[in-house]
Design a protein around this ligand. Sequence first.
Ligand code: PEP
Ligand code: MN
Length: 343
Amino acid sequence: MILTLKSDTTPQQLQELTDYLTNHRIQHTSIERSHLVVLPKNNAADLAEHFSCIESATHTTQPFPLASLEWKQQTHVAVGEHVIGSDDFSVIAGPCSVENEEQIYAVAEYLHSRGVPYIRGGAYKPRTSPYSFRGLGKKGLILLHQAAKTYNLKVVTEIMDLRLLDELMEYADVLQVGSRNMQNFYMLNELGKLNKPVLLKRGMQAKAKEWLLAAEYLLTGGNQHVVLCERGIRSFDSDMRNVMDIGVIPFVKQLSHLPIIADPSHGTGSSSRVTAMAMAAAAAGSDGLMVEIHPTPNLALSDKQQALSFEEFDALLERLNALLPAVHKKAPTQSGVFKLQTL
Ligand code: PEP
Ligand code: MN
């Protein structure tokens, strides 16, 4: 149950309410900056009659009340002048890792020419082996930021650790929480205190409802700017890097108001399958895509098997232009389609 408090509720009134709940052993959480008190169970039905500071009580049945559709119809996450989760189909693209100035400027220039508003790129990379390329660190972050600024793009990049928060707050527009950190509850708690958009990737072993509970951590901190990203889950099939769970897109839409996008690059692990799964995700109702691209995929320092070339990405955008009207979405450009030289 979610209690909405009147906007003029005093700290004392809130204290009286929470004291009452504590004394009656009713679990509750006050949401920062929101005038909300969440009760994970609907066990205080007549509360509003006893506390005049309560404006309304919304009954919820899901274990993630704030993320649930019972609470809200649709969240729109604003990133500057762009919105994720609206009729716009949000495309985020860029290399797995920022490698050097030439590479990231080439990607930024290309994305700008196509009307793609977001650039991605890891500066701090989670790598399975410590001997793999682990990113340029702060230098990469600054390069990404400068390239994005030059071409009027928004930056999406991963936060690996809270010690990097100050840097990322300065240089990123959207903080990506990677698959390996989806259940880093301490980190989620801290990111929940921010006003910065968070892209929460699905843990590679996470059930959909565990993922929504991770989102709930961000929401209970008062950060409402949460976007989910399906990136494939582990399975028994060793031929697949991950298994892209397209079915989770409509499933999440049945449960939650949070926007959900799809990452077919990590979801398939192979550039030969990225376009098919990108189209499938869009058709299934995804609010956008995150795709790895590279000026010279075979030379990429990380995830080269799954990076699309600019030509391949052009072909994907062209197919998206044809599909989006059928799913009532449009590219976030003036014309509503991605700009292609061939058009
Ligand atoms: C990435 O987007 O580069 C990445 C590391 O993704 P994931 O956390 O989904 O593995
Ligand atoms: Mn990658």
